[in-house]
Write a protein that binds this ligand. Structure first.
Ligand code: CA
Length: 280
């Protein structure tokens, strides 16, 4: 049934105007700015759960609240988008199957908007076809959970995603990975090229991190899947490698002139290598 009440907030000429600037500052935080509360802690993190099945939403909310998260629930896309418009959450738990506008469509819209482009998303699905998982990851979900799942497992995944995007204190002395004029501060989750900050999604960041950790060495798509998507080897086998290709393309585009440092090794995978003469 089509949802006549759905207003696509992103199709307006000015894009999606967030009611508050919270979204922008949150994105900035991930890019390296200081925070009031310091590193993410579960007690500070706000999670929006978008799920139309009331008992599942309640179960998830119960578990996350119990573990110290601030939780809000939304039963459809309208509720979800107006909640995000009020305040961009620290993480979105997003069901794929929603009445009216699907979770996939919501994710697609969020990824187009600067304020929500880097918003960590854990997708839920009832379907078990591997194609679903592939699509979810291609759309830019950070992780994926198939129903039925244990609420504790969900809470673990939420924590793990938030850890990945967490902002450490500068004194913590982050590990810096470099290639030429490209620098990645692993713990700060910030990346710069020629001293300019790069705006990467969590997955693009981890992909770059994985490439830089083995700079100059070729890694297979499967290796990159395991590293950048944080999936078990067993799960990595089920995800189509074109997912990696697509994210590499996006990463290259964001790297501009340094995009060609990410080399395709035909029939095998990718490596990052800075040509002589471009190293400083
Ligand atoms: Ca559902």
């Amino acid at each position: 049934m089509p949802d006549d009440n759905f207003r696509p907030p992103f199709d307006s000429p000015g894009g999606w105007a967030l009611a508050r600037s919270a979204g922008a500052s949150r994105s900035g935080r991930r890019a390296g700015a200081a925070t009031e509360s310091g590193p993410y802690s579960s007690s500070a993190a706000r999670v929006l759960v978008v799920e139309d099945e009331a008992d599942i939403a309640a179960l998830v909310a119960y578990q996350l609240t119990r573990e110290g998260f601030r939780v809000e629930t939304a039963a459809d896309s309208n509720q979800a988008l107006s909640s995000i418009e009020r305040e961009v959450p620290d993480l979105l738990v997003l069901d794929r199957m929603l009445p009216g506008v699907s979770g996939d469509e919501i994710l697609r819209m969020l990824r187009k908007q600067p304020a929500t482009r880097g918003l960590p998303v854990l997708m839920l699905t009832a379907k078990r076809e591997q194609e679903d998982r592939i699509e979810g990851l291609e759309l830019g979900a950070d992780d994926y959970l198939t129903k039925p799942f244990s609420p504790k497992e969900l809470a673990l995944r939420v924590r793990s995603i938030l850890r990945r995007v967490a902002q450490p204190t500068p004194e913590a002395g982050g590990r810096i990975l470099r290639a030429g004029t490209l620098a990645v501060d692993v713990s700060a989750h910030s990346a710069t090229l020629d001293g300019e900050s790069l705006q990467l999604t969590p997955t693009e960041f981890r992909l770059l991190e994985a490439l830089l950790e083995r700079r100059g060495r070729t890694q297979s798509r499967r290796q990159l899947l395991e590293r950048a998507w944080d999936v078990e080897p067993e799960a990595a086998r089920r995800i189509h490698t074109r997912t990696v290709d697509m994210h590499v393309r996006r990463l290259r585009a964001k790297l501009g002139h340094a995009g060609r440092w990410v080399e395709t090794v035909r029939g095998f995978g990718y490596r990052i290598r800075v040509p002589e003469g471009e190293r400083s």
